[in-house]
Design a protein around this ligand. Structure first.
Ligand SMILES: Nc1ncnc2c1ncn2[C@@H]1O[C@H](COP(=O)(O)OP(=O)(O)OP(=O)(O)O)[C@@H](O)[C@H]1O
Ligand SMILES: [Mg+2]
Length: 355
């Protein structure tokens, strides 16, 4: 099916991208340290992590704009480590998408094909196709300076797609857009990427963006891969406090786990998790915090309740610190500020890390 779509659109068959033992040093600075990574053909993989962790450096090595100090890069089994950027069949989208302001939409999109001297008829067809794909039909004659930020971003995407790259690279392409637009454009990028099945590597430091668009999220920390997995696995089974903290919100506190019982302060509740016991760091997502006025639970006092429209956030002071919780909607049943409550931890959002 994917193959059929690719043929009809005249794009390449999707390739996998593999990084093997990649190290990148800039003088004394090690930007990337022993990274092994596989981008399955046709999938969108996100590099996520704090500033300076090596995301852009990895992207630039895949693009061929930096040479790895050690290791190999393969496109569909072909070693491209020494292949220059212009022979790799990739296109890259940046935060500043640098359209030509004096040209219209059509001219901006057609530019790359004209430079490579494709026949006029082919250029017209290919531009028309991507204009339709990114939803810019009717705006072909419009100067790009007279477009909204979201429309300009789509022109930039069309300009990439028209080159029919084997691999699409994105380096924080949405950071110039406001929050609402960012959400819409990221959904469009995801839709088009799925429709065309182009292998894509996407860099962001926004965890929500990464979760929303990715088949696979690769979380990086100081030049190494901390954890990789699909968004759900990263959220529910973080391997470290760094991962748990970076992806979503979480409460952390000390506990003790043995024989299927999790002890927090003087309260114990059943818990099931393999491969861990003894002193633990307990991670609890806000939506897993359950409060009630009576019954079993860790004793606490409600500190704050804030109604936010689609959800209500609250916090509870307990023997293990202040815990943050959230429930959907207005939640009139929630105890109010100053009330004594019992807190429990729902198993789906509770995860134990080595103490
Ligand atoms: N050309 C260079 N010369 C020297 N050091 C560099 C160079 N490029 C990157 N670095 C260093 O390598 C490390 C990784 O940089 P990189 O740009 O890959 O980070 P990043 O994860 O993309 O960060 P950000 O989120 O801020 O864009 C940083 O410590 C950076 O200072
Ligand atoms: Mg960067």
């Amino acid at each position: 099916m994917q193959q059929a779509v690719a043929n009809r659109k005249g794009t390449h068959q999707a390739v996998s991208v593999r990084l093997e033992g990649i190290v990148k040093k800039f003088g004394k600075v090690t930007a990337v340290e022993k990274v092994d990574l596989e981008l399955p053909a046709g999938k969108l993989v996100t590099l996520l992590g704090p500033s300076g962790c090596g995301k852009t450096t990895i992207l630039r090595m895949v693009a061929g704009l930096e040479r790895p100090t050690e290791g190999r890069i393969l496109f569909g089994g072909e070693d491209v480590t020494r292949l220059p950027a212009y022979l790799r069949d990739i296109t890259m989208m940046f935060q500043s998408y640098a359209l030509f302001p004096h040209m219209n939409v059509y001219q901006n999109i057609a530019y790359g094909l004209e430079v490579t001297r494709r026949p006029k008829e082919e250029i017209r067809e290919r531009v028309a196709e991507v204009v339709r794909q990114v939803g810019l039909t009717g705006l072909e004659e419009r100067p790009v300076a007279a477009l909204s930020g979201g429309q300009q971003q789509r022109v930039a995407l069309a300009r990439s797609l028209v080159m029919q790259p084997r691999v699409l690279l994105f380096d924080e392409p949405l950071s110039n857009l406001d929050a609402k637009l960012r959400k819409r454009v990221r959904e469009e990028i995801r839709d088009i990427q799925q429709e065309l099945g182009i292998t894509s590597l996407y860099v962001t430091h926004d965890q929500e963006e990464a979760m929303a668009i990715s088949d696979l999220v690769v979380l990086m920390n100081k030049g190494v891969i901390e954890q990789q997995g699909d968004p759900r696995t990263l959220y529910t089974k973080p391997i470290s406090r760094f991962a748990a903290d970076f992806i979503g919100r979480a409460n952390f506190f000390e506990g003790y786990y043995s024989g299927g019982l999790l002890q927090v302060g003087t309260y114990s509740q059943p818990h099931q998790q393999e491969g861990i016991s003894g002193r633990v760091t307990v991670m609890v997502r806000p939506e897993a915090l359950r409060v009630s006025r009576e019954g079993e639970g860790l004793e606490g006092t409600v500190h704050l309740v804030s109604f936010l429209g689609s959800s209500t956030e609250f916090s509870v002071d307990t023997a293990v610190g202040r815990l943050e919780g959230v429930v959907a909607g207005d939640a009139p049943e929630l105890p109010g500020r100053g009330e004594k409550v019992r807190v429990q931890f729902a198993p789906q959002g509770t995860f134990l890390l080595p103490g």
